[in-house]
Design a protein around this ligand. Structure first.
Ligand SMILES: Cc1ncc(COP(=O)(O)O)c(C=O)c1O
Length: 440
């Protein structure tokens, strides 16, 4: 097919977060996937160094998930969870709850991470209202964080490009803490940087300026998609400050949930328990759209006990909350994680992954390398004529060389399926090295 014909055929799909015209002139199309690999429509094998988009923690096209989804689809294609239910929804919720931090045992299902974030924000508002503090309507996020594409997540999110076109219509009364990105102090940190716990103290200032009794919740991603790792003591400090002022702490674990750091959650890994935790992606190893919020039982009880038993307690939900196929995929994926001890595997491979990525420190234009668990980022110096230009070129060349990585701005990110082996880790970073040394 000529590129022109491809463009004609491809014109109807308005692609998300993509330069549509550029992509359609030179498309990268996947045809199939298995285990650690994709195959493109022209037959090239691609090693998946980003678990699709931080989703496929159990590896691609797992037979157990395929069979669970097919069985669910054949038996009960759809059932509402509004005023009805089906067993898979309750089973999936129980299984997820068992992996959550102590007390966060009430699970609200959504269809994506964005919906999970908006749901968590709404639960926070409903909770304060139920306890007679309905004036708590202010949220605090952080510069540089991504919390999805919904109006709530976009508002608490701190990525200028995502907010710009919509800036007149974001949620009111949002504040942002400063970013934890600081190369002057933290470049080439392995794991949690030693410098930066004090950045959490800025929260005290924002709280004082706004009056603590107006603030509903603080939301942070305990490790961002750009692999910003919280400095030692930072999350603990956020927890202390929020608890002191009766403010809820939300961890957005859409990318960290289900083993990315070598534990079920980043909360468990860092030893800090939030009040609400959002999840998606690896909840069912990316097989069917699904997300969720784990709420502390105290929050659930406060909202639920605040109404008469025959009343709807929370006016919120989705047609496809806990869709049978998504729930079946979640149960199957969580079984795989358990049976194959994939979270432990991630923890065991983490030091090997760390050494492999940090070995690229001597490569020209590498400004920073950071990592935690089974994820890492390389930050490149851009050319003077445009942000992200070297990284974009590296991303495209890695793909041509058979390795799928993620690029955003000047950053190359790596978050492979947890089934990866040492040789494949070697292949990823050898390919990246070869590509980077050729980029001028
Ligand atoms: C931390 C975080 N929150 C929320 C989202 C949004 O998830 P989704 O794209 O499933 O809506 C993402 C997506 O990458 C994310 O990384």
């Amino acid at each position: 097919m000529t590129s022109h014909a491809v463009l004609d055929d491809m014109s109807h799909f308005w692609m998300p977060f993509t330069a549509n015209r550029q992509f359609k002139m030179a498309p990268r199309l996947f045809e199939s996937a298995k285990g650690m690999y994709y195959w493109t429509s022209d037959g090239q094998q691609i090693l998946d160094a980003c678990a699709g988009l931080w989703c496929i923690n159990a590896g691609h096209c797992r037979d157990e998930i395929i069979s669970a989804v097919s069985t669910a689809m054949a038996k009960l294609d759809y059932a509402p969870t509004v005023q009805f239910g089906h067993p898979l929804a309750f089973e999936a919720a129980s299984k997820v709850a068992r992996l959550m931090p102590e007390g966060l045992n009430r699970i609200f299902f959504t269809n994506s991470g964005s919906e999970a974030v908006d749901t968590a924000l709404k639960i926070a508002l409903a909770y304060h209202r139920a306890r007679g503090e309905g004036q708590r309507t202010c949220f605090i996020g952080r510069d540089g964080s991504y919390h999805g594409a919904g109006f709530g997540g976009m508002s608490v999110g701190g990525i200028g490009a995502n907010r710009k076109a919509f800036s007149g219509s974001l949620l009111p009364r949002i504040n942002h803490m400063p970013t934890i990105h600081n190369l002057e102090h933290n470049a080439f940190s392995r794991g949690q940087p030693a410098w930066g716990a004090h950045l959490a103290d800025e929260l005290e200032r924002l709280i004082a300026v706004n009056d603590p009794s107006t603030i509903a919740a603080v939301i942070v991603d305990p490790t961002a998609g750009t692999v910003l790792v919280p400095p030692q003591g930072y999350l603990q400090r956020l927890r202390e400050i929020t608890a002191k002022h009766g403010i809820l702490l939300i961890f957005d674990e859409v990318i960290t949930g289900f083993g990315r750091l070598g534990k079920a959650t980043a909360s468990e890994f860092f030893g800090v328990t939030p009040d609400l935790l959002t999840m998606a992606k690896a909840i069912n190893s990316g097989a069917i759209p699904m997300g969720g919020v784990a709420a502390h039982q105290r929050i659930y009880d406060t909202i639920v006990d605040g109404t008469e038993p025959e009343e709807v307690e929370l006016f919120h939900g989705y047609t496809y909350s806990a869709h049978p196929t998504a729930a079946a995929a979640a149960i199957a994926a969580l079984n795989i994680y358990h049976n194959e001890k994939l979270f432990d595997r991630a923890a065991l491979l983490a030091p090997i992954f760390e050494d492999a990525v940090h070995a690229l420190r001597d490569v020209p234009y590498v400004k920073d390398i950071r990592n935690i668990g089974l994820c890492a980022a390389i930050e490149l110096e851009p050319r003077p004529n445009g942000e992200g230009n070297r990284a974009k070129e590296a991303f495209a060349k890695c793909f041509e060389a058979g390795v799928l990585i993620r690029q955003g701005g000047n950053i190359l990110a790596f978050a492979p399926p947890l089934i990866i082996d040492e040789a494949q880790i070697g292949q990823i970073f050898e390919t990246v090295r070869k590509v980077l040394v050729d980029i001028k």
